[in-house]
Design a protein around this ligand. Sequence first.
Ligand SMILES: Nc1ncnc2c1ncn2[C@@H]1O[C@H](COP(=O)(O)OP(=O)(O)OP(=O)(O)O)[C@@H](O)[C@H]1O
Length: 261
Amino acid sequence: MKNMMEVKDLTFTYSGASEPSLKAISLPIEKNKVTALIGPSGCGKSTLLRGMNRIHDLYPGHRYDGVINLLNGDSKTYTNILDLKKEAELIRLRQRVGMIFQKPTPFPMTIFENIAYGLRLSGVKKRAELQEVVEQSLRDAALWDEAKNRLGHDARGLSGGQQQRLCIARAIALKPEVILFDEPTSALDPISTLAIEEMISVLREQYSICIVTHNMQQAARISDYTGFMYLGEMIEYDETKTIFMKPSQKQTEDYISGRFG
Ligand SMILES: Nc1ncnc2c1ncn2[C@@H]1O[C@H](COP(=O)(O)OP(=O)(O)OP(=O)(O)O)[C@@H](O)[C@H]1O
């Protein structure tokens, strides 16, 4: 099967920085799999994730070298997303490659409108269609039962875990192909964390997923593949069970066994 995304030899330097934060990174994001990025603080996990939908480019002046390929709908060709220049192309890219942040970011509107807003911007106008997609997205994000009687209430009245699931529903509504999760449970309690982890396992059937996590147990529980990063480099990428049971690099082994980081 073709990879959904392919990062090849990516070097990334923040605007104004003297050193690159990512150095010649390569890794695939396999279709319908969960790929975890782990490594000590500052190693570049979030920087890599944010490159995958060019969210860095909300601010100008960053420098990318290399290639980030995204598989096209025909499943035969790739687009190098680093070639995209027009604002409309970048907006479309961020629909195809959605992102969930560490802190839930509900808009100051109703639960219904949080999801319908992006749909309207993407051209869905009919009320019935909006209702259908809002319901399906909330169901897919395991929030429908809790939210169905309060769709007209302010989304900020939801609990933190519910808000995070709402943000996932909002991303899903736009029918992404890839979902990027940047430490999605680090602000949540253990029960909400479990709910998000279970959802990610189900979402994998329909989407390709990449998740940054500080929590090694979480990476071991939910991912198929793991990349271990250190000082801006991809030290090792392999099947999760190999990374955790039989890593080939000493640095990976030291990190996994808690000797540093
Ligand atoms: N906006 C920025 N401008 C300049 N340098 C940055 C910026 N954001 C991050 N960096 C630098 O890039 C490097 C990688 O940071 P990044 O946040 O990607 O690491 P991380 O592995 O996700 O860390 P953490 O686990 O602490 O979130 C660090 O040296 C950091 O200081």
